[in-house]
Design a protein around this ligand. Sequence first.
Ligand SMILES: [Mg+2]
Length: 91
Amino acid sequence: MDPLKIFIHLNEETGEIAKELKKTWSKNYEAFDRVKLAAELADVQVCICALANQFDIDIESAVEEKFIKADGKRKWKTAIEKKGDSHELLS
Ligand SMILES: [Mg+2]
């Protein structure tokens, strides 16, 4: 598939995440749906993997290289550890 088309799909799916997250604060929207958010996050991840595959990039290795090896001294917080820092949706 054309990488540019994959990129357009990726941005469309990112917008769907935004639409779902907007429900957490907009009173004019239906209720936030965590299951739907998970599905949209999965859509984005699949698009990222598809885009990486088009360029023969091992995305798992790329993430490891950037976030673990290159920045190994940084202490990453998990979503649960961050719960107190941000909002209740991570519970
Ligand atoms: Mg979607």
